[in-house]
Design a protein around this ligand. Structure first.
Ligand SMILES: [Fe+2]
Length: 604
């Protein structure tokens, strides 16, 4: 039984194949089209999935789409009628895509893929809930989904048991924690549906001085975690922007223009909305616990990529265990929808006795064999050296220890927005300058952006105050007290100067408040990556390295050897490893491009 799940036409299009209930492959369209957050119909992702499984579209038994477009259309129509005639422009802007594609999903699927069989639809939050519960390590758990909006729902909760999922309640548009966060993303000059995690990274630089203002003026937060937005401050119902003049007056002036200097105001706003978000999420979780009395919680939806809120939820919330779908955004909807058909529609039993999750480390994308990589390198005249299993990990570890920045591509690509050691850029966590070098010379992104650590799972508690594994980089934890260094008063200190203050003995991954967005690496899920960090520890005594996604700012994470080489040559990365081949920058032929490649990328 082969089920193809599809999510698309809003943001982060993706496809996924589930065979006899097992997730076989999943990939986001952006990785293949090289357009970040690509929302288009994922014809490339679908073809890639079919290829990975070695089947044709005729072999697929069901295709399922992760949303019910008629309900979304109804919401759009109602929103327009509420504000009409204002909002005519955004209505007219949205219509062609609705009339051309969104209202005709079966026709589009048939036309783009040639599929003739049955097409099913799940509700948006049903797909999120399924993506959270079915792959989780639990046989029974509460479920909480929080995002911008899907059809009418902006959050939902319920519980899962065996193959059953019961959604108990939904919060409805326009009252949305995701949209509230996005409004602040817009107001602080970042891109909506893309720059949200920058606010989270910026928050520790500020003080939450607007928190009470947000709670008094913008939202009405109830004890059960539901919120009501005061729409007189927002413009997303009928306008083309997220916030309006009244909102700006409340925060002392116009929104920050993208790419201009980030001032203390933006840092304080970031700290404030982050604090509010954490409070709302905690209240929601407490309520879900009261209603379900489960000890386990599963999370999905874009807001649950907020790993700082997740970290607090684990530390202060009522649940003993938490599992978060690593593709928590809409890409994960493809996976949830496919699993929904297997369990909910077809009624297949589910029992997970494995003691771990069924996401397979989220290494669900394509991989490229040594033969393919070698042919690619040779055919293009790129100079490489072969590694073997005896020297592979130690060679790479030694280069990292010497301060080299290493682009690393090995095995199946990750599904979800985090790079987990299959498409990563690696560096030395002990060096103070790694963060600045990586931000400015490799990623070409804002210097305040923190980097995340990968740590050997078995050594994690020697470095971080987290009593469990965190394989998907979705939890924030604190660096152990004994590793921290005292901080001088930072009042009035410029952002760049604050960055230069050493915060621990692993400074490159220790954020301002001693926090770190952690990935614990275990030997079973990713042996090659585990071996590198182990060798690094043998050499240096440190079981932590810096891991950031293999891309530059505005670019999707690399997928193919060609993407990897291009990114390697465009940046000041020193070393590139693709499978068992290693390349040094200084040995490569001269790299020339006709146009400035940076113009190709939309800034996020
Ligand atoms: Fe969603």
């Amino acid at each position: 039984m082969i089920i193809l799940g599809i999510s698309c036409l809003y943001h982060d299009s993706a496809a996924c194949i589930v065979r006899n209930g097992k997730i076989i492959t999943a990939i986001q369209e952006e990785r293949l089209t090289r357009k970040k957050h690509d929302p288009r119909f994922p014809v490339n992702a679908i073809n890639n999935c079919l290829e990975e499984v070695g089947i044709a579209i005729e072999d697929v038994n069901y295709v399922v789409y992760y949303d019910k477009p008629i309900l979304t259309f109804e919401r759009l129509l109602m929103s327009y009628l509420t504000v009409a005639p204002k909002g005519l422009r955004s209505w007219l802007q949205a219509m062609p895509l609705w009339l051309g594609q969104k209202l005709h999903i079966p026709k589009v699927i048939k036309k783009e893929t040639g599929y003739e069989g049955e097409i099913l639809f799940t509700e948006h939050h049903e797909a999120h809930a399924a993506s959270a519960f079915y792959p989780s390590p639990f046989n029974e758990a509460a479920i909480l989904t929080i995002d911008g909006v899907g059809e009418w729902a902006t959050a939902s909760y319920g519980f899962g048991k065996g193959e059953h999922i019961n959604i108990l309640k939904e919060l409805h548009f326009p009252d949305s924690l995701g949209l509230l966060y996005s409004a602040f993303t817009f107001f602080t000059g970042f891109r909506v549906n893309s720059g949200e995690y920058k606010i989270m990274g910026l928050a520790p630089y500020g003080t939450p001085k607007y928190k009470d203002l947000i709670l008094q003026e913008l939202i009405d937060l109830k004890e059960d975690g539901s919120i009501r937005l005061d729409l007189s401050y927002f413009d997303f119902l009928g306008g083309l922007k997220m916030t309006n003049k009244r909102f700006a007056r409340l925060f002392g002036g116009s929104p920050r223009k993208p790419e201009t200097e980030i001032t203390q105001r933006e840092m304080d706003i970031a700290a404030s909305i982050q604090a509010v978000t954490e409070e709302v999420v905690l209240k929601m979780a407490n309520h879900v616990y009261e209603e379900t009395k489960q000890k386990n919680l599963c999370l999905a939806g874009g807001v649950t990529l907020n790993c700082v809120a997740n970290g607090r939820l684990l530390k202060e919330g009522p649940f003993k265990n938490i599992w978060i779908q690593p593709a928590a955004g809409d890409a994960g909807g493809a996976l949830g929808a496919a699993l929904c058909v297997w369990h909910r529609y077809l009624g297949n039993e589910r029992e997970n006795d494995t003691g771990h999750d069924l996401q397979q480390g989220s290494y669900l994308g394509p991989r490229y064999s040594n033969e393919i990589v070698k042919a690619f390198l040779s055919n293009n005249g790129y100079l490489y050296h072969e590694l073997n299993c005896d020297n592979r990990a130690s060679t790479i570890a030694k280069l990292i220890a010497e301060g080299m920045i290493v682009g690393y591509m090995a095995g199946r690509m990750e599904f979800g927005p985090r790079a987990l050691g299959a498409r990563s850029i690696l560096g030395d966590a002990r060096r103070q300058d790694t963060q600045t070098v990586m931000n400015l010379k490799i990623k070409y992104r804002e210097s305040f952006r923190p980097f995340a650590p990968s740590v050997l799972e078995e050594k994690s508690s020697d470095y971080f105050e987290l009593d469990r594994s965190s394989p998907y980089m979705l939890l924030v934890s604190e660096v152990c007290k004994e590793r921290r260094l005292p901080q001088p008063s930072m009042d009035g200190m410029a952002m760049m100067d604050r960055l230069k203050v050493k915060r621990s003995d692993i400074p490159a991954i220790t954020h301002l408040n001693y926090s770190a967005r952690l990935q614990t690496v275990n030997k079973k899920d990713k042996p090659d990556y585990h071996a590198i960090i182990s060798e690094f520890e043998k050499l240096t005594g440190c079981a932590v390295i810096v891991n950031t996604s293999f891309n530059v700012r505005g670019e999707p994470i690399i997928c193919t050897p060609e993407d990897a080489y291009k990114c390697f040559m465009r940046t000041e990365m020193d070393v590139l490893v693709i499978e068992d081949y290693i390349l040094f920058k200084k040995e490569q032929p001269k790299w020339e491009e006709k146009a400035d490649w940076r113009n190709e990328l939309e800034l996020d």
